[in-house]
Design a protein around this ligand. Structure first.
Ligand code: DAH
Length: 381
């Protein structure tokens, strides 16, 4: 198999009407639609492109002609590919429309690159890396953004392969090969760091692990991985074969490696950010070019039955875009007599490019309050 970038399904531009349908299940917003097709990981001098290339180069050097690379698979996928084909249980929270963006009842914006495992196996690829933008409804803070980037890695072994390597147990062989590969990758990115393996759970692997590294004085989780569930191989043309798989978040790695303090920075077009990074340079440390003070606004309300923090965050992003830095629950109490629950959220507004005026922030906050009363059905206090 060739190691050059495979000509995968190219990213096609989808029209707004195809993504924001009138379907009752649709919960995609304009903010989210605008991110589709941006493909920050395609830019060689962007921190995400730099990390992607460094990982490619690690696998190319250590496993020549082994991994086929896909970084252009479209993020709109069938819900079956995102969930069922990787054995996500029917009642798993990630399937809820509170957590995932649905285009319609059967179609989602992928919430992980694992959505491409099964189809890529079915196409006949045995070892591959899939990089792409993934989408999750979530809370708002410096490390969470509704769109981020992941890389998925899969390596399949035939029985002849692991027997020829002297192994008697395919699963044990995969686990050993997986750990060797990922420890090598972590060293490539972070240097000679201390590492540890933590037992984990993922629906698509057994056993499952997380790799942690000791960096800047603390243990950091860098990826999830494991030995692929046999059912995934057996159902997709690889009966009786064995495989390892991993998934990692590019922003998380880039924030740690380059000292990037806020996940919104990846989306900025400010040259003061972009100019600091150079294709191929893993040793850049980001120097903040300005730090404007945040402005905090609190909003207190009686919650409605179907109120969720993710819905509030989506609404705030719709109003304030990347000017919102954090939305944090600071008070939560239930009235002893009425049984009604009151929440207070503190919203931090901050631009990374300029100072915001009081008027600007007040009008954002007014709009947030109006939409909360109108759309979330909560009673403002
Ligand atoms: N899909 C997982 C996530 O988004 C990451 C992951 C974990 C991918 C383990 C894998 C794996 O392929 O084996 O959190």
């Amino acid at each position: 198999m060739c190691s050059a970038s495979a000509s995968s399904t190219p990213t096609v531009t989808v029209s707004r009407d195809e993504v924001i349908t009138g379907d009752a299940a649709n919960n995609v917003t304009d903010n989210i639609y605008e991110k589709i097709g941006v493909n920050l990981h395609h830019i060689d001098s962007h921190p995400l492109g730099i990390i992607k290339s460094a990982i490619y180069s690690f696998f190319d050097r250590n496993y020549p002609d082994t991994f086929t690379k896909f970084d252009d698979l479209h993020p709109v996928v069938k819900a079956t590919a995102n969930f069922d084909e990787v054995l996500v249980p029917a009642d798993h929270v990630s399937r809820s429309s509170n957590d995932t963006y649905y285009v319609d009842a059967d179609t989602v914006l992928r919430c992980h690159t694992s959505a491409h495992q099964a189809e890529t196996l079915r196409k006949g690829f045995a070892s591959f890396l899939v990089t792409g933008d993934v989408y999750r409804r979530d809370s708002i803070d410096a490390t969470h953004y509704p769109v981020f980037h992941q890389m998925e890695g899969v390596r399949v072994f035939t029985e002849e392969e692991w027997k020829a390597a002297g192994a008697t147990d395919g699963t044990a062989y995969c686990e050993q090969e997986l750990k060797k590969a990922l420890e090598g990758l972590a060293k490539e990115l972070f240097g000679d760091v201390e590492m540890r393996w933590i037992d984990a759970y993922f629906p698509f692997t057994e056993p499952s692990f997380e790799l942690e590294i000791f960096f800047n004085g603390q243990w950091l989780e860098v990826l999830g991985c494991g030995v692929m569930e046999q059912q995934i191989l057996d159902s997709n043309g690889r009966e009786g074969h064995k495989a390892w798989a991993f998934g990692l978040g590019l922003e998380r790695l880039a924030m740690v490696l380059f000292d990037i303090p806020d996940i919104r920075l990846f989306w900025t077009s400010d040259q003061r950010f972009l100019k600091q990074f150079k294709a191929g340079a893993l040793d850049t440390k980001f120097k903040p070019y300005s730090k404007f003070p945040p402005c905090f606004k609190d909003v207190a309300f009686w919650v409605s039955e179907d109120f969720t923090e993710n819905n509030l965050c989506e609404l705030v992003r719709g109003v304030a875009g990347d000017l919102v830095e954090e939305v944090k629950l600071i008070d939560d109490f239930t009235h002893p007599k009425t049984g009604k629950t009151s929440n207070c959220f503190r919203i931090a507004y901050r631009s990374m490019e300029r100072s915001l005026t009081d008027d600007e922030i007040n009008s954002l906050q007014e709009e947030v309050r109006a939409q909360m009363a109108g759309q979330l059905g909560v009673e403002l206090r």
